[in-house]
Design a protein around this ligand. Structure first.
Ligand code: SF4
Length: 480
């Protein structure tokens, strides 16, 4: 059987997809790059923005038509959706996509290989022998598997099973030789007023530190040298068992001791989760990279309160100052929302002011759109016009280009170590050169800068020291 899996959304989804593909491969499924070559298609969905959901609906429309065509010639075509959309509104998915076979929430995905195989068998039984009137039969209702709502008792058995998906991953089936994500926590307790994640991913649960250590050790044993710890609010990791509590700094310290591990990163951090202890761990543990992706979201106190972010502008400024004081060379990245309900020009200027002050390495800017089920969608009017949102969005992007350029240019002339992650996009578009031939490669610094330089394919997954010769707002250019 052949499977096509498409992933939308954050690193959590990317990791879930990687782990699932490992399970499918272990059951002898072939992974294909296109839905049209597959016997089963699987979408790992994101509900953070409407655009991501609409993309999935458009794919499902195409797939439903393809399923009819395939069934008409006696072939199966299984369609499954998992991730945040599956938990947010499974009834809507079922209503809009008649051909859908399986809807599976994020906490149940370890079942998917068995579910897809069962659905394929059932479909095959229904379409054979090939009779034209068999096609007139109504499409079966999809099987729906949701996680308990936050108000319901947790399903501890399902949580133990989903932890096993991470713990029993096959390090040989990872997507990169040198880099890997390791999940340290699931869910979120923050309830930022615009965000759907706490409703679809459930409460914050920190994983058992020994499980994280085992998983990381096996990855490192298989050749991974850079591990990125992930969680919705990764730096708020805290695990208690009996009278032993492991803080995020404690976890960094434990993992740091692993021989063969060269770099340890983490995303995404919440500003309220950083204490001195974590910053000092970043300073004192040489393998921990000096990079903080710490979404500010806005520069105005009123808007930060309306977003329920739990900090003020001066808290954020003070944290950046403290981090710069404790962690030499630390770099910052951020996310921003423009056009949040009621945002005035003066409040928008406060965000510009924050961006100029911090000089982020890079920023992701999003136009506010209400997400059904969130506090902001229920209580606030989306009163900023699209035109104004677009203008403010472009203004923030312009500021980021300006600060990104200044930031990147400050590295010109320096020697810097990169992990070579692969060919650059430019080289990807060209035909593969013969082995040994020079091509443009891409690497990452400890501060998460993208570095482009000419080298040989054999350098991929190695560490190289480069001299920075030029820069633009997004990347550094270097020579060996
Ligand atoms: S911290 Fe806020 S934005 Fe991030 S996942 Fe939690 S609720 Fe969403």
């Amino acid at each position: 059987m052949k499977i096509y899996l498409e992933t939308l959304g954050c690193q959590m989804n990317q990791l879930d997809s990687e782990l699932l593909l490992g399970r499918f491969r272990a059951r002898d499924w072939d992974i294909v790059d296109s839905a049209k070559d597959a016997d089963a298609v699987l979408y790992n969905t994101c509900s953070v923005r409407d655009l991501a959901e609409q993309k999935v609906y458009s794919r499902l429309g195409r797939d439903s038509r393809r399923k009819l065509d395939r069934n008409a010639i006696g072939r199966v075509y299984v369609i499954a959706v998992f991730g945040c959309m599956a938990q947010r509104d499974p009834k809507e998915l079922r209503r809009r996509c008649k051909g859908l076979d399986i809807i599976c929430a994020p906490g149940q995905i370890e079942k998917l290989p068995e579910l897809l195989e069962a659905a394929a068998d059932a479909q095959l039984a229904a379409i054979q022998p090939l009779e034209s009137d068999a096609l007139a039969a109504p499409a079966p209702m999809p099987a729906i598997f949701t996680d308990p709502k936050r108000t319901e008792a947790p399903d501890t058995a399902a949580e133990a099973r989903i932890d096993q998906l991470d713990l029993t991953r096959d390090p040989e089936l990872r997507s990169s030789k040198s880099q890997a994500f390791v999940r340290v926590a699931r869910g979120c307790n923050n309830f930022c007023s615009y965000c759907i994640v706490p409703y679809v991913r459930g409460p914050e649960r920190s994983r058992e530190p020994s499980h994280i250590l085992d998983e990381t050790r096996r990855l490192v044993g298989a050749g991974v040298s850079e591990v990125t710890l992930i969680g919705q609010t990764v730096n708020r990791y805290c695990h208690t068992a009996g009278d032993v509590t492991t803080s995020f700094a404690g976890l960094l310290e434990t993992l740091h001791d692993l021989d063969g591990l060269r770099r340890l990163r983490f995303v995404t951090s919440h500003p309220s989760g950083f204490g001195r202890e974590t910053l000092e761990a970043m300073r004192d543990l040489p393998k921990v990279c000096e990079y903080m992706h710490m979404p500010a979201q806005h520069g105005s106190d009123r808007l930060l309160a309306a977003m329920n972010r739990g900090y003020t502008r001066s808290d954020y400024d003070a944290l950046v100052d403290l981090a710069r004081e404790i962690v030499p060379g630390v770099t910052f990245a951020s996310d921003f929302i423009v056009g949040f309900p009621g945002e005035t020009e003066a409040e928008h200027q406060a965000t510009i002011d924050l961006m100029r002050r911090v000089q982020f390495k890079n920023s992701f800017v999003f136009k506010y759109s209400p997400r059904p089920g969130t506090a902001a969608a229920k209580t606030l009017t989306d009163d900023i016009s699209d035109e104004v949102k677009k203008r403010r969005n472009n203004e923030l992007l312009d500021i980021q280009r300006e600060t990104g350029l200044t930031h990147h240019r400050s590295y010109i002339g320096q020697q810097i170590e990169v992990l070579v992650t692969g060919k650059s996009r430019r080289s990807e578009k060209q035909d593969s050169p013969a082995t040994g031939e020079t091509m443009q490669l891409m690497g990452r610094t400890r501060g998460d800068h993208i570095v482009l330089f000419d080298g040989a394919q054999a350098m991929v997954d190695s560490y190289q020291t480069l001299t920075i010769t030029d820069a633009n707002d997004l990347a550094l250019f270097a020579t060996l």
